[in-house]
Design a protein around this ligand. Sequence first.
Ligand SMILES: C[S@@+](CC[C@H](N)C(=O)[O-])C[C@H]1O[C@@H](n2cnc3c(N)ncnc32)[C@H](O)[C@@H]1O
Length: 251
Amino acid sequence: MGSWAQHREEISGFIGKTIANTSELGNAIVLGAGNCDDLDFAFLGSLFESITLSDIDGQAMDEAVMRIDFLNLCREIHMIPNLVFSKLDLIYFYDRLEKMFIQRASANEINLFLSLAAKEIRAKDVLSHLKRSFSMVISSAVYSQIFYIHVLSLFAKFTDRYSENEVRYLMRGFLYLRDEVIKNYNDLMISLTKENGKILVWTDILQTDVEMNREIIENLYSINTDQDRWTYLRELVTMKGRELRFWDYRI
Ligand SMILES: C[S@@+](CC[C@H](N)C(=O)[O-])C[C@H]1O[C@@H](n2cnc3c(N)ncnc32)[C@H](O)[C@@H]1O
């Protein structure tokens, strides 16, 4: 079985477990649908009356349309391509930030801009016409790609212009905006969800190689309770994972 097939099977398992009453067909939106490699559309088509796919990468979705026989597998399929969930495009964030780096703006000015950007995106709305429309909102590994990685790649070109202390200070600003972007994205998912609807999110939090994978699996098997397994995973992610934050979200 190819790695995508195995991944698809796991994802279908999550979706199946999340839906309490499979006899009632609802409608779903998949945020971060991209190439649509991780979704089993025959399975989704059997669960939902209509499925909406959205991603920043319109081309990946176009290619998926050519590859997958959606209309045979799903009753209704809708596409929202080229949508930026972070809303940063609406405030021309990356252009403005790059210009500031080029003009050698101070670390203070940049951090001020980052807090302003957080306020500006908060005031913007996307998909407001679809508020409370979906019985299931699915987010496919979007968290780790939505912002932080892009801002770090841009900053990497200009780090030599700042002292070590300034770099540390700027990193705090990026982390602050990252958390704001994620909060906005969580709010977007909540706003799309119908009353009693479900939100299903998965994300990559730890990059492993084959050797580390083996070690993690062995350690997990040697731990006896779910509570201790969870503690082990949290510690592992805190030590070696992508910088993370745990939120306590209540709808
Ligand atoms: C890890 S991929 C998900 C895999 C995808 N479902 C597939 O099967 O190909 C994350 C997806 O989120 C999309 N994405 C990342 N940042 C985004 C943003 N700010 N706005 C909208 N989509 C974004 C990427 O284009 C990518 O397709």
